[in-house]
Each structure stands twice: as structure tokens, then as C-alpha cells.
Design a protein around this ligand. Structure first.
Ligand SMILES: Cc1ncc(COP(=O)(O)O)c(C=O)c1O
Length: 378
């Protein structure tokens, strides 16, 4: 049975071209980039070329790009080190951030020295920008951490607006861009961000590598001590193969951006249309048909006897998706995002997330499987 993979917001398949680029350095380069001899210098040159290429794509200087193990580390670095370096007393975020942000902030604010402010959300999960401004007005010099696109429901942030507000109230602005890098043009000058986070595996690169952009206006303390790597910010011998893979993947993503955007958006729109016309009572979570990431579609199915078994049954039928419904109070299992949006707990929610390898015929097959399952459960 050929499987259908609609869980690309969790991770994407590695591109062959990316794997080839990694393999070439694996077999031809082994030097330690900190060594001063030829082997070391060759590897240093490769890493610095990668940094330059990434910097060009997001419009910053190479000295503002720091390689990390991925999105979680970048989020931790931005938040923890800004709070520490600048003695931040107020952090503003939302209840629907990724746990890499949310759990980090909760830990930093749990003893009350740093205050946590949750910005209000609109009924479909967008940030209430008036409320954000109000909180900023009352708490200048804060740290704002708001994700560029929500990984569960796809809602997009008006990051330029948030950047301007942060500038007005002298706040630091961190945006988790893990779901948007490689999928939208990102210009850090336009967004006026101090930090963004990237994970290569979200755009057909390898897992365990990414980067953080740190604006030269934010001089935060080192995150990992013990080595002078990454301009003293993250000690430890660099992940050469990962960095090469990340760079190849991001270069490919931006070289083919328009074509892939058009293709993937059309799949999402087709899935919305088909779900609406074939499944009575389907609801889309977030702002699926509005200001939303074109790779993600989150749908709540009408209550049925399948309930939470839907994901499991889809897996057995050869379809990989993710989801979950709103958590019941005190439960760790459901989705904190859907809980914050107060979606109906009796409806199973499914996140379909698409990438360039997906096809319209896969959407048709998934639809047919869903319709059959739901009909049987009536
Ligand atoms: C929005 C968001 N932030 C952070 C992460 C974590 O990234 P990584 O898996 O590279 O640590 C993810 C990935 O699941 C994500 O979707």
C-alpha cells in the first residue's frame, strides 16, 4: 500500500539533492573548522559560505546568523538569554505558541520575578493587536514572543505590525518562524525582529539543525559555553553536514518558492472545497480561509462514534496526519492550541499539512477514505 503523507508541518522528507550535498562533505571533508591547518580551514570556508548564503536570503549580515540544533534551541536561546542579559521583567506571548516558546517562558516566569502577559486572541485565533499595544504601553522594555505562523492551525501573524509596535515601546521582538522560513520570503529588516528561529527539517532539510537570527542590536549572552564557536555564542564543534544540508534546503526552497507556493496552496484550497462539499458539518479551526499558512489545514469533524480513533484509523488506512482535540482540563494529551480556541471537545480535529511532493489525487484518496469512515460510523 502506498502511504499518503499529509503531516509536513511535523517534518518533511529530505530532498535527494540535499542528501547528496551532505554526502559530498561527509566523504570529502573531515577537518575540525577550529583547526588552523588546511583540513580545518577548508571546513571553516564551507561553513562561512553557508552562513553568507542564508544571511543573503533573509537580508541580514552573516554575523547575525548562528547555527543551532533546530527550532527549539533557537527559541530557548532567544528567550532565556534576552531575559538574562537585559534583565527583562515582562514577557508578552500568546497561549497558542509552540511549547518550545511556551514552556520556556512558563519556566522563566514561574517564581514571579518576571511577569507573564498573554495577549488576547480573536475568536479565530489571531492576536488582538490593540490588546498587544495596551500591554506594551503599560510594560515598556518587555520581550515579545509571537510565532509567525501557528503550526497547528496555520494562522499568520502580522509580524511587520508587531515589529513596529515593539519598536515604538522599546520591546525586544522574537518570532518563531519555524513554519514560515522556506515557505514565505523573510526579510528581517522589514519585520524589525530581534530574533527568528529556523528548523531545516520543515523544508526538506535534515533534522537536528537550524539557526537563530540575532539582530546586531541585541547583544545577548552566550547560550552554550565551552568553546569559541558561533562567535562565542554556542560552544561545540559545528554540525558541518547538517549546516550544509540546511543551506542546500533553504536555497532550494527560495529558488522554487513561487512554484511550490502555488502548487501547495491549490492543494489546500481543493481540500477545503472537497471537505465542505462531502462532509456535512465540517468546521475549520483557526482562520483557514483567511490569513493562513498555505501548508496547514486544521479541520474538526462532526461528532461520531470514531471520535479520537480517527487518526489511528487513518494511519491504518495508509494516511499520515496529526491532530487531536481540545485538551480536557488538566489533561496533557489534547492540543493546547485548540483548548485556547475553545473548540468542541467532542469533535476529532485533524491537521492536514501539505508539501511539494503531495498531489491532488492524494487529496481525492484521503477524501474518499474519510467519507467512507464517517459513513460507516453513523
Ligand atoms: C512552530 C514551531 N516551533 C518550534 C519547533 C521545534 O523545532 P525543532 O523540531 O527543530 O526543535 C517546531 C517543530 O515542531 C514548530 O513547528
Amino acid at each position: 500500500m502506498e502511504r499518503i503523507y499529509f503531516d509536513n508541518a511535523a517534518t518533511t522528507p529530505l530532498d535527494k539533492e540535499v542528501a547528496d550535498a551532505m554526502y559530498q562533505v561527509m566523504i570529502h571533508e573531515f577537518g575540525n573548522p577550529s583547526s588552523t591547518h588546511t583540513e580545518g580551514r577548508n571546513v571553516r570556508t564551507i561553513i562561512e559560505e553557508c552562513r553568507r548564503s542564508i544571511a543573503k536570503l533573509i537580508n541580514c549580515s552573516p554575523g547575525e546568523v548562528f547555527f543551532t540544533s533546530g527550532g527549539t534551541e533557537a527559541d530557548n536561546m532567544a528567550i532565556r538569554k534576552t531575559v538574562e542579559t537585559y534583565d527583562i521583567k515582562n514577557i508578552i506571548t500568546s497561549e497558542i505558541e509552540h511549547h518550545a516558546v511556551l514552556h520556556t517562558i512558563e519556566e522563566l516566569t514561574k517564581n514571579g520575578d518576571v511577569k507573564l502577559h498573554f495577549v488576547k486572541l480573536t475568536s479565530n485565533g489571531h492576536v488582538n493587536y490593540d490588546d498587544l499595544e495596551l500591554i506594551l504601553q503599560n510594560n515598556p522594555n518587555a520581550l515579545v514572543s509571537l510565532m509567525h505562523a501557528n503550526n497547528e492551525i496555520g494562522n499568520l501573524l502580522d509580524a511587520e505590525l508587531v515589529g513596529n509596535l515593539c519598536e515604538k515601546y522599546q520591546a525586544f521582538f522574537h518570532s518563531d518562524t519555524v513554519q514560515t522560513i522556506g515557505h514565505y520570503p523573510i526579510d528581517v529588516q522589514k519585520l524589525k525582529v530581534h530574533f527568528i528561529a529556523c528548523a531545516a527539517h520543515k523544508f526538506h532539510g535534515p533534522k537536528g539543525v537550524g539557526f537563530i537570527y540575532i539582530s546586531s542590536n541585541a547583544k545577548i549572552h552566550p547560550f552554550v559555553t565551552g568553546g569559541a564557536q558561533e562567535r562565542n555564542m554556542r560552544g561545540g564543534t559545528e554540525n558541518l553536514y547538517g549546516i550544509v544540508g540546511l543551506t542546500k534546503a533553504i536555497e532550494n526552497a527560495y529558488a522554487n518558492l513561487e512554484k511550490e507556493m502555488t502548487h501547495i496552496s491549490s492543494l489546500k484550497n481543493y481540500m477545503i472545497e472537497q471537505l465542505k462539499s462531502n462532509i456535512n458539518g465540517i468546521i475549520f479551526n483557526g482562520d483557514a480561509e483567511g490569513n493562513s499558512l498555505y501548508t496547514v489545514l486544521n479541520a474538526s469533524f462532526p461528532p461520531s462514534s470514531i471520535g479520537e480513533m480517527l487518526l489511528f484509523k487513518l494511519d491504518i488506512a495508509g494516511v499520515s496526519v496529526s491532530g487531536g482535540s481540545a485538551c480536557s482540563s488538566g489533561s496533557e494529551v489534547g492540543s493546547h492550541v485548540l483548548s485556547a480556541l475553545k473548540t468542541d471537545r467532542n469533535r476529532a480535529a485533524v491537521r492536514f499539512s501539505f508539501a511539494k511532493q503531495n498531489t491532488k489525487s492524494e487529496v481525492d484518496k484521503v477524501l474518499a477514505i474519510l467519507v467512507e469512515m464517517l459513513n460507516k460510523s453513523k
